[in-house]
Design a protein around this ligand. Structure first.
Ligand code: MD3
Ligand code: FE
Length: 215
């Protein structure tokens, strides 16, 4: 297991994981409090829920969204939808602190003018995992995806363009931001089952924000 990523507080570091994939270690730490407050405001209106996959499996990761559209899954398939199917209402607006973080992180990673219209918010409780997949429900693969990790540490799996390609493992810790674009945009990736633990701000959970430009 690589152990490059225990950022010294106040010393963000940039590490290229692969072509187009840039880890900005600790980049979100300075705004951890407004980020968590914004997540809490969003889940007040659009609570976390366990989506059902087209194969009729209940996802172990709980999800919600903010932004113009949100990612949803049900028995009929995956899609981006402007309406939260649980409430019938539009998703909560993307907070300025989210949009600003995504724009700054993408720019620092070499992707100018990133204006995401969706933010998928994932909650991992101990044992929750995300199987190897590609993010390909977006229409614009020129834009990167920016991910923000909060709370408990996760082991992230990063493969290649084919499901069978060998995967590398990285530890993502609270405050880490990764931009995934260019040749990494369609790479297979996943998250190993979350180990139990207690984070000082978030308790026994990990929260991941992924910012996407869907059109
Ligand atoms: C590499 N989320 O929501 S973030 C997802 O930690 C997702 O919750 C994981 O995969 C999580 O779809 C991983 C890192 C990530 C996100 C998108 C990517 C890595 C990526 C898209 C392309 C390549
Ligand atoms: Fe993904």
């Amino acid at each position: 297991m690589m152990d490059l990523f225990d950022a010294v507080e106040g010393e963000p570091r940039d590490i290229q994981l692969a072509p187009g994939a840039m880890l900005l270690a600790g980049f979100a730490r300075p705004i951890e409090t407004p980020l968590i407050e914004s997540v809490n405001a969003i889940i007040n209106r659009a609570p976390f829920r366990h989506l059902i996959t087209p194969g009729d499996h209940r996802m172990s990761v709980a999800m919600t969204n903010c932004g113009r559209v949100g990612w949803v899954s049900d028995r009929t398939g995956y899609r981006y939808d402007a309406i939260d199917p649980d409430s019938g209402n539009p998703w909560p607006q993307m907070p300025a602190v989210f949009a600003d973080l995504a724009l700054r992180a993408a720019a620092r990673a070499g992707f100018a003018d990133f204006r995401p219209d969706a933010c998928l918010i994932n909650r991992y409780d101990p044992g929750a995992k995300l199987s190897l997949h590609q993010d390909k429900d977006e229409l614009d693969f020129n834009a990167p995806i920016v991910s923000v990790s909060l709370g408990l540490v996760a082991t992230f799996l990063f493969g290649g363009l084919n499901r069978s390609d060998k995967t590398a493992r990285y530890r993502l810790v609270h405050g880490d931001v990764v931009a995934w674009g260019g040749p990494s945009r369609l790479a297979y990736h996943g998250v190993m089952p979350l180990a139990d633990g207690e984070h000082p701000l978030l308790g026994a959970q990990r929260i991941n924000l992924t910012f996407r430009k869907t059109r």
